[in-house]
Design a binder for this molecule. Structure first.
Ligand SMILES: [Zn+2]
Length: 369
């Protein structure tokens, strides 16, 4: 039976990858642009500080020897350095949509997103930016878990240029560190009992002022030391061995990283190596709301039409916490009222693509977790 399922999956995914997907909204996020003075003062970014650019999204799938058009079972990870991922070329059933929200948590914008999802009984995956997790926003992370959402890492700095083909070794180290540090911050957010408690734990793990952001360079060189102190802290709190408050299974490269850039093959090789080392599932997307397109971000019809198309096609849908709220409300209500649409989780996607559960996959990727 399992063999039959494998063959069916191979047939389905193989044909999907050879087909040319319909062009989707061309989007490329840019790195959050924050004035140096704001960083020096420990200022937090507002979404108004973020500059957006558009760039053509190519049909790049993973390369570097990781062939994803032939599905592999989770157990294959035992004997290879492989990793797992969702890409634009993946086949999904129509009207089966995994909602994903990027760039939070944001003190003012994220509560509205959570309230709307809660109102419709929908769950999503939030790809969190590590430096946005702080003494003010940590309760939002707790609320996400409490209400059934999935947490993923969207890196710490959201630097879309962190994959540098001229410095592959340093890039791998930074990408791994960026996601590892964000996963640590998710843990701190989930166990924090107060804002001061969050800051105290931050200072213990990172040995830095919680009000000042870490940099990519610092993370690249220091993240292993952070990991050791993070483990020490968790053990003091009663966690044993590799136990932790939350195992981050999924990550998404900021801006889609090298997977959405032109001529990104060399960058993909680097990013793929980091994913294999991290043991995280690399999550791109099949469709997008279009909320990053500068001249269209306020366009209600543009946003809701894009989501409707993405839902109809099925797959991973990219939205941001800062999407125009009434357009998001309209779209989520439309999804809820259509009985033929089903909101699925990335774990459902794992089962469909890799024929194993999310928990089994985690056990293979991180033995002892
Ligand atoms: Zn982003």
């Amino acid at each position: 039976m399992k063999k039959l399922l494998t063959l069916l999956l191979a047939a389905t995914l193989g044909s999907a990858c050879s087909a040319t997907p319909e062009p989707l909204v061309a989007i490329q996020e840019s790195a959050p642009h924050v004035l140096p003075s704001a960083v020096a003062l420990g200022g937090r970014p507002s979404f108004e500080d973020v500059l957006f650019v558009t760039k053509a999204q190519t049909d790049v799938d993973s390369s570097a020897g990781f062939t994803l058009d032939v599905p592999r079972l989770c157990s294959d990870a035992r004997t290879s350095a492989g990793f797992y991922g969702f890409y634009r070329t993946d086949a999904w059933d129509s009207k089966r949509v995994a909602l994903t929200f990027d760039d939070g948590p944001h003190e003012k914008l994220t509560p509205g997103v959570l309230a709307q999802l809660e109102a419709h009984g929908q769950t999503a995956t939030f790809f969190l930016v590590g430096r946005n997790i702080n003494r003010t926003t940590y309760p939002l992370v707790q609320r996400m878990v409490r209400t059934g959402h999935t947490l993923g890492s969207h890196s710490y700095t959201h630097n879309v240029q962190m994959t540098r083909v001229d410095a592959p070794e340093a890039s791998v180290a930074e990408i791994v560190g960026q996601h590892a540090v964000t996963a640590m911050l998710i843990d701190l957010a989930l166990v924090a009992s107060s804002a001061d408690d969050f800051d105290h734990m931050f200072a213990e793990v990172f040995e830095r002022d919680p009000a000042v952001w870490l940099t990519g360079t610092i993370i690249r060189t220091e993240w292993r030391a952070y990991a050791e102190r993070h483990t020490t802290l968790l053990h003091r709190l009663g966690y044993e061995g590799a136990q932790r408050p939350y195992h981050v299974v999924y990550s998404r490269p900021p801006g889609g990283g090298p997977y959405v850039e032109q001529n990104g093959a060399r960058g993909i090789t680097i990013y793929d190596r980091a994913m294999a080392e991290l043991g995280m599932v690399n999550v791109l997307w099949n469709s997008a709301s279009g909320d990053t397109v500068p001249e269209k971000r306020k366009d209600f019809a543009f946003l809701t039409d894009n989501i409707a198309k993405g839902v109809k096609a099925g797959g991973v849908l990219l939205i941001h916490d800062y999407m125009r709220p009434d357009a998001l409300a309209h779209s989520l209500a439309a999804i809820a009222s259509d009985t033929t649409v089903r909101v699925v989780s990335l774990g459902d996607g794992i089962e469909r693509k890799y024929a194993c559960s999310e928990r089994e996959l985690l056990a293979f990727l991180r033995p002892g977790a």
